[in-house]
Design a protein around this ligand. Structure first.
Ligand SMILES: Nc1ncnc2c1ncn2[C@@H]1O[C@H](COP(=O)(O)OP(=O)(O)OP(=O)(O)O)[C@@H](O)[C@H]1O
Length: 313
């Protein structure tokens, strides 16, 4: 991929004898959202800090829009909008005044600054509340203002460090919607999180990180393949359960059938396509189904498979 907005190659960061980031590499194309998914302490913030030029790596390189961070940190940073974990807004100032203040810090002035503030307020969905002191905002609105500040200088890459930690579900949704809208507009996004639901919803590709290393990287489906990709279908019903079990066991996609009371628990390859022949086989054998439930492996199962640990502990 020659047109990557961000390219990270072999990044290493040590603190004393501990290696916080250990040979991390990935790239992000325009319009693509890459998730760094890993538990607290996995090395996500340290990785982001090196990408944003706030920490100097012990080894490896960061290239943003073709500019090497080590050669030209000011030039490289110009392409990055960093949204840190902690809020960096003035509570007594309105959204507009906050953006005005940070825009001036970045050297924007006059009509160009006013125009950009208007655009940013639209992008983060705060245009109708722009004049209110930000201390009256919900958690999600404050975070969106934080994102807006990161967007003022029109970066090519937006880097978000766990932007939904500590906000309520509704606010979380409004933050995710704002990020989705930016991605649709072509922004490259690096999104760190320890919530697998967010990684699944937002990210085109996900890098699973643990102990400073990328354990696996790919689309959600590619990562799930790593677990062996087997799904579970639960058929609950009345009638000929034993004959039903034998019949569904003959469907090619079914690997195993276990009877649990009035439920047949099936281990299946590719449940969405296999479910119809399975239901037909069961009903054809005289089973009256009252419930059919499909469960597929998720990123939590992938993390467990790769690291032997739960994502949330
Ligand atoms: N300045 C520092 N000095 C010493 N150790 C550090 C420093 N910064 C981070 N670490 C250590 O490096 C490891 C990775 O931390 P990092 O903050 O990057 O993880 P994270 O995945 O972002 O988790 P969190 O969400 O908790 O910030 C941790 O073990 C942490 O204690």
């Amino acid at each position: 991929m020659t047109d990557a907005v961000l390219r990270v190659d072999g990044l290493v960061k040590r603190f004393g004898s501990a290696t916080a980031v250990d040979d991390v590499s990935f790239s992000i194309a325009p319009g693509e959202t890459l998730g760094l998914l890993g538990p607290n302490g996995a090395g996500k913030t340290t990785t982001i800090s090196m990408i944003a030029g706030l920490l100097v790596p012990d080894a490896g390189s960061v290239t943003v829009a073709g500019v090497q961070m080590a050669d030209d940190p000011v030039g490289a940073r110009r392409h990055i909008g960093l949204v840190p974990q902690d809020l960096a807004i003035y509570p007594d100032l309105s959204a507009r005044a906050n953006l005005d203040y940070f825009g001036r810090l970045q050297g924007l002035r006059g009509a160009a600054l006013r125009r950009r503030i208007g655009e940013v307020l639209e992008m983060v969905g705060l245009a109708d509340r722009a004049k209110e002191p930000s201390k009256r905002f919900s958690g999600g609105m404050k975070r969106r203002l934080n994102i807006g500040i990161g967007l003022l200088h029109q970066p090519d890459l937006l880097v978000l460090d766990e932007p939904t930690v500590g906000v309520d579900p509704q606010s979380r949704n409004s933050i995710l919607e704002a990020v989705e809208a930016l991605s649709v507009e072509g922004m490259a996004v690096l999104y760190t999180t320890h919530y697998m639901e967010e990684a699944e919803r937002l990210c085109d590709r996900i890098a699973i990180v643990d102990d400073g290393r990328v354990r696996a990287e790919g689309t959600r489906d590619q990562l799930i393949e790593l677990t062996g990709g087997v799904d579970t279908i639960r058929l609950t019903g009345t009638g000929a359960l034993d004959t039903g079990a034998e019949a569904v066991g003959r469907v090619p996609a079914v690997e195993r059938v276990v009877r649990d009371g009035s439920t047949l628990v099936l281990t299946v390859r590719s449940a969405p396509t296999a479910v119809a022949p399975i239901v037909n086989a069961a009903t054809g054998a005289g089973l009256s189904l009252t419930d059919v439930e499909i469960s597929r492996p998720d990123l939590e199962s992938v993390f467990l498979h790769l690291t032997g640990k739960a994502l949330r502990d």
